[in-house]
Design a protein around this ligand. Structure first.
Ligand code: HEM
Length: 223
């Protein structure tokens, strides 16, 4: 999902295979976890938190590459920038495991009186759902031919709005999870007895990083 110059690298079988393999690996890891822990609502939510974290790593790399190249223009950042489109599509592919878990969560939630048992607040469903629609639209426009049809200005608008929307959902989820949970709740969310600080702080920091880098760029330009 590049926001900058067209990539010199083109879609090929190896790139598609690599993205499919990473997604499959994550899907199998979730299946293995379910085979060990069962598929009650808490287990599904734990899997959702874990898959969201994995997606967040890939998303933040994608979102940092633009400002990183502007801050430190060199051969490495230039080469990485060439891969941004594929890393972005890899994020969407990997995040589809989170989407599968959303469907699964609604599926296992008791069908009787679904409104009372809705597993997430309705506003989260709408905001998160909207960001997911934008994510898949960005994937659909990640092919040169489609980009030409859509037009570069619309394409750019879609990708800027989409990236910031997804970023906002990550920030909201980690921020809300961290701020609203009591320490005891946080402790139960962190796996394998890890400190909840380790479980939440790095991801909040990571999510803020792409925007901090953009602000730094602005400050440097205006200095
Ligand atoms: C681009 C869209 C989305 C992003 C970036 C995203 C991101 C996240 C993140 C970061 C977490 C972890 C929160 C934590 O650790 O406390 C999470 C968990 C979760 N997400 Fe998503 N999400 C998205 C869409 C959705 C949608 C549409 C739904 C369905 C309504 C959803 C349902 C959930 C649920 C149920 C959890 C587990 C919450 C818990 O542990 O109680 N997500 N998501």
């Amino acid at each position: 999902m590049p926001l900058a110059p067209a990539s010199q690298i083109h879609w090929n079988f190896r790139i598609v295979l690599c993205i499919a393999a990473i997604t499959f690996f994550e899907y199998m890891a979730v299946q293995y976890y379910f085979s060990v822990s069962g598929t009650d609502i808490e287990a599904i939510k734990f899997a959702m938190r874990s898959t969201a974290r994995f997606s967040c790593l890939i998303f933040c790399v994608t979102f940092c590459l633009g400002p990183a190249h502007k801050l430190w223009a060199n051969a490495t950042t230039q080469a990485l920038l060439q891969w941004r489109r594929y890393i972005g599509v890899c994020f969407a592919s990997v995040h589809s495991v989170h989407v599968w878990l959303i469907i699964f969560l609604f599926w296992v939630t008791p069908k009787i009186d679904l409104a009372a048992n809705i597993p997430v607040p309705i506003y989260e469903l709408l905001l998160g759902g909207g960001a997911l629609v934008l994510m898949y639209l960005m994937v659909a426009t990640s092919f040169d031919r489609v980009t030409r049809i859509v037009g570069i200005r619309n394409w750019r608008r879609l990708h800027v709005i989409g990236m910031y929307s997804i970023w906002a959902i990550f920030l909201f989820c980690f921020g809300e999870g961290y701020l609203s949970a009591t320490t005891e709740e946080l402790r139960s969310r962190a796996p394998m007895g890890l400190s909840p600080v380790i479980f939440y702080h790095p991801f909040l920091f990571l999510t803020l990083l792409p925007v901090v880098m953009r602000l730094w760029l602005l400050v440097r330009r205006s200095a």
